[in-house]
Unconditional design. Structure first.
Length: 300
């Protein structure tokens, strides 16, 4: 006698749709944050995003219930500092770099981490594709794509922090999973909220700004993190990783729709090269006992 089948099963497209909403939410939140730069400045937005986002995450995950071993404290501190620095550098980059390009440059951090240790010829195809994308995005040589050098460097720095965030997060969150992000956010807020407030513009103290700041915290943290966890439990890791690799394109579209940022053909081709490298490395990644899957980590 065959075992009973489950009565209901969610459609295959549903978690993909949920993930698309999560990516749209993150990039919509980034676009909204950038519109407030003239009022409060990029450091001020970082302070609001981290501070309010931390309160929301603490309400969801209740981090005071968690217990960490002495061996986890070091990685936990590094994880929190990397999280805060990633946010801070990314928003500083957005002052002079279009949203889509900033996300693509930041994405090279986890992409590099995924490609470290590559030995197969196919893996080097993705390396070459990513390097070509970077060459045409970064203001190298003859200033091919007219990207601000300082902004580009800040975005790449945010990507390096993202890679460090992944490595430290794997150790710090081994027992508590996504709830670790709340503790990491507390550490990030302790350091970077005062820094952000110190360099913020005077408009940050307006009470009328609170609703917009809450919207940024929800769009960029609480809502997408929750939706990503729903999708992650219903999609194969490779499908999830492939979908998340589309995020730079989502950011570019968000920049066009909400910020009026238009990319050149060369910039689009460079951005698509980085996306292609990320998708390719995800689909051809060899399974490991503890694989590094940067796109399945909670971000920013």
């Amino acid at each position: 006698m065959s075992s009973p089948q489950p009565q209901t099963q969610s459609p295959v497209w549903l978690p993909i749709f949920v993930l698309l909403i999560a990516m749209t939410s993150i990039q919509g939140g980034a676009a909204l944050a950038k519109t407030l730069f003239p009022l409060v400045g990029a450091p001020g937005i970082t302070a609001l995003r981290l501070g309010l986002g931390t309160l929301i995450l603490c309400a969801i995950f209740k981090p005071w219930r968690l217990r960490f071993s002495r061996q986890q404290l070091g990685p936990l501190i590094v994880y929190g500092l990397a999280l805060g620095a990633m946010n801070y550098l990314f928003y500083l980059a957005l002052r002079t770099v279009p949203l889509g390009i900033a996300v693509a440059l930041e994405f090279t951090g986890p992409l590099t981490l995924a490609l470290i240790g590559s030995r197969r010829a196919l893996d080097f195809v993705w390396v070459v594709l990513a390097v070509l994308g970077l060459w045409f995005l970064l203001p190298l040589g003859h200033d091919i794509s007219s990207v601000d050098p300082q902004g580009a460097a800040l975005a790449v720095g945010a990507g390096a922090c993202w890679a460090l965030y992944i490595l430290a997060g794997q150790k710090a969150g081994a027992e508590h999973g996504p709830a670790t992000v709340a503790v990491g956010s507390i550490i990030a807020s302790i350091v970077f909220v005062p820094i952000g407030l110190g360099f913020a513009a005077s408009g940050i103290w307006q009470l009328s700004l609170i609703p917009l700041a809450l919207a940024i915290a929800v769009l960029s943290s609480a809502l997408p993190y929750s939706l990503e966890m729903v999708a992650l439990t219903r999609l194969p890791a490779r499908t999830f990783g492939t979908m998340m690799s589309l995020e730079p394109a989502m950011a570019a579209v968000s920049g066009m729709l909400f910020l009026g940022e238009v990319l050149t053909l060369v910039q689009w081709l460079a951005l698509l090269a980085i996306i292609g490298a990320s998708i390719g490395s995800t689909l051809t990644m060899r399974p490991q006992k503890k694989p590094i899957d940067p796109v399945s980590e909670l971000r920013e």
